[in-house]
Design a protein around this ligand. Sequence first.
Ligand code: ADP
Ligand code: NA
Length: 339
Amino acid sequence: AAPPRVLSGIQPTADSFHLGNYLGALRQWVSMQDTHDAFYCVVDLHAITVEHDPALLRRRTKVAVAQLLAMGLDPERATVFVQSHVPEHAELAWVLGCLTGFGEAQRMTQFKDKSSKQGTGGTSVGLFTYPVLQAADILLYSPDPTAEGGRALRVPVGEDQRQHLELTRTLAQRFNHRFGDTFVLPDAHIPEGAAKITDLQEPDAKMSKSASSPQGIIDVLEEPGPMRKKIMRAVTDTGSEVVYDEEKKAGVTNLLRIFSALEGVSVPDLESRYAGSGYGQFKKDLAQVVLDTFTPIRERTLKLLDDEERLDRVLALGAERASRVATATMETVRERVGF
Ligand code: ADP
Ligand code: NA
């Protein structure tokens, strides 16, 4: 039987992905390429919903793709592509937008958070309809719902994306109801081993490119020296025991989670390994584990960025494979809505 399909996207809005992106999402993308028919998309259309610099966007899109390949995505085993290379994303978003109630869109809580952070330029309609574009990103890769075997469509989601996936399901259902069975309803997929990582300086807040201070965030492409320093200076507490306790020891707990996820050792095993040895040795060893993970990724990324032609070939292949599915879906959609 054909493997389930998975669709996921990430924005090219920073110069580097961070440790939270890696442990919460991207590492799972790599392992899912072997168990799923995977479509992974760098979502540059989403990146222009807030003010942006064109040259920077173009550069960051390339750097994002290079990092994904450096982390182990194989363009032969997964379809890796850039959203704007497949114009059907925007076309389906228009159709779905016409099926979305204004009040329904207004209830999306992420818009409220993001729009309140927009400066003097104000908020765009694009930011408002962002969840509709996201629905299009997903449904464009829907398997045929009438085909035998009933292939699943999975979307890895964190808590913050649940509402958007719910809207996607509602829109798919609405379209199917009005125009005939066209889309499989996507399922939220909680990837195995995904870990929520917090800020190194404010361990109660999530590590985030938009909210974390430079000292609170570990960039995948960071130089080894600063990377080590940030871990050594991570906030802990006045105690000295390496013990997992989300409430009383948020800092140490976050470091334990990172250590456990990167080394594949359970938290209790780490607790007993460091029983009585204090935070210093624990952090020193963790810094080494982080460096051992990211140094090769950084080196491969830089090498890939030196070979622009190869990157372009990978993206052309990805666009071609994504387009094959997207154009077939759009052909059905266009026919059904009366174009
Ligand atoms: P950011 O919060 O830095 O802006 P995004 O919202 O672009 O990051 O998230 C991209 C992906 O990385 C999403 O799948 C998200 O769930 C995951 N992610 C982001 N930050 C973290 C974190 N601190 N811990 C775990 N996963 C995270
Ligand atoms: Na695959």
